[in-house]
Design a protein around this ligand. Sequence first.
Ligand code: GTP
Ligand code: SPV
Ligand code: MN
Length: 620
Amino acid sequence: MLRNKQLAAWLDEMKTLCQPDALVLCSGDDREYNEMWSLLLDRGVAKRLNEDRRPNSYLVRSDPADVARVESRTFICSEAERDAGPNNNWVEPTAMRATLNGLFSGCMRGRIMYVIPFSMGPVGSPIAHIGVELTDSPYVVANMHIMTRVGQEVLDALGETGDFVPCIHSVGAPLDSGDEDVPWPCNPNNLHIVHFPASREIWSFGSGYGGNALLGKKCFALRIASVIARDEGWLAEHMLILKITNPEGISRYIAGAFPSACGKTNLAMLIPTIPGWQVETIGDDICWMKFGDDGQLHAINPEAGFFGVAPGTSMDSNPNAMLSMTDNCIFTNVAETDDGDVWWEGMTKTPPAHLTDWQGRDWTPDSDEPAAHPNARFTVAAAQCPVIADEWEDLAGVPISAILFGGRRSTVVPLVNEARSWQQGVFFGAIMSSEKTAAASGKIGELRRDPMAMLPFCGYNMADYWGHWINIGRGDGAHDGDHDGDHDGDHKGTKTGLKLPRIYYVNWFRKNATGKYAWPGFGENSRVLKWIFERCEGVGEAIDTPIGNLPAIDALDVSGLRLDPNGVAALLSVEIDGWLEEIPLIEGHFASYGEPVPTALHQELNWLKQRLLEAKQEAG
Ligand code: GTP
Ligand code: SPV
Ligand code: MN
């Protein structure tokens, strides 16, 4: 059955190492999906939700020690430490292999090893890639069914000699005879999420949750794929992809990088508040982009499902997400209502009078803790989204007109700012910063630089990654270091015929003096998308400012929005002093990456500083 020689050999090796009781080759079909759930129901970790309210859906409660990605236990084991960069934890590969051999030795005793052949991207797309995940977690199998394309068609595409990314995953909790299983086996004290970029391998031990365990997602589609993309001259990014159509029926595609839990899913599915405009979804988390023959970057969503943040999602904030999860859905670490449905903070204005919280405890509105874990998630097929675009699985991908970068910044960063050139756009991405969320363990609210929203996901030295972005703008993958720093604003690469996307720095999270969000966000973000669309069409008006091109005050459509005009002006103002205070922080940020930071980015920083100082002088 396994025609691929490399796969057969690797399976033998991993079976010997992990010593599972049995090996199951996954088909990806419904029978297998249902079988995983009967196992999980038996184990007591899953509950079938009320069939009338949430058909064919399950609630799962993880171990409270296994609820999010753990960046401190995530490693990039390149040959040289320098190639992992200050953005990654590095361990010398031979030493790490010795550690992993110890951890994985016998780690699947008493369990089944599932073999999941999966494709990231529609099978047959020139942008897609194949992986095989071995796992001892039926929960992972069920999630992979939804999040990726699994089964025989992938093995067929792989053929006898095709390449795949080997991904080995274990919850790290072997069962010896007589041991009783726990509902959510894991091994948080020995957590290792390891990537070998040279051999393009992934080894994950000790966690069964999200990006730690669904290895097609962050581990493959971002960390390993970013390395492949560097080598092959394309981009693997932490971005949503949306389609926007104006009242005349003209469509454009926009990609956007926002850090974890900063609004990608929401933006990808938004319902415009401005009449006549339409937004449809291509993807909500990951974007792979390659140049097409037309000189444009063409993007695919390598995933087949959404693994979305539940808290904050409601019929007000994101109706299309709510409508995606009416059935056939997996909910992890949400709260349960007394009638066997789900609830989370923000789903309804008033919480139910009684719930069972994410840890299975009684909960009432008087409880001190949230009923759902802040990183509770839903898993659902992308095809269930009511606004999924018809072309979301197009093998050639969709041509990208604009790229957005944005984070959570309560101060200084304006609502929207257009880069004058690709180079300045890369600078915007490189200086992105955001207040931390619950998607990863760590202190919430702390400001950190998260370049291109890739800090936890770039599989190599971040400064080299910036260099790669600069090179992409010139239409080549080669690295020669220097750059002319052109600010001609034509968004054309130096290679003839290149039509690069325009780049924007956006911020939905500015707060006013009273600590409230100054911008209503969500569906109202369509107003910003409209301006961006018009810029791409060559009609939207912009003002040249020291930090970039900002919308002329009446170029941003705020009709019908009950926002005081001073509020809009504040959202679009250039805070000279605030930005001048950022300069040493950006200098420190670049200094922390040292010598490999591209000259082009230093040029942009100097240029920004100069323009700000001039503006300050003019203002007296
Ligand atoms: P990951 O799946 O972790 O990569 O997250 P994501 O980037 O897809 O974030 P998501 O869209 O799930 O949003 C996360 C949180 O941000 C939710 O609680 C949303 O309610 C909130 N949010 C999203 N968009 C906006 C916005 O425009 N304004 C405000 N104030 N909050 C927003
Ligand atoms: C993120 O943290 O950016 C996510 C969730 O999308 S996870 O799959 O856990 O990485
Ligand atoms: Mn994400």
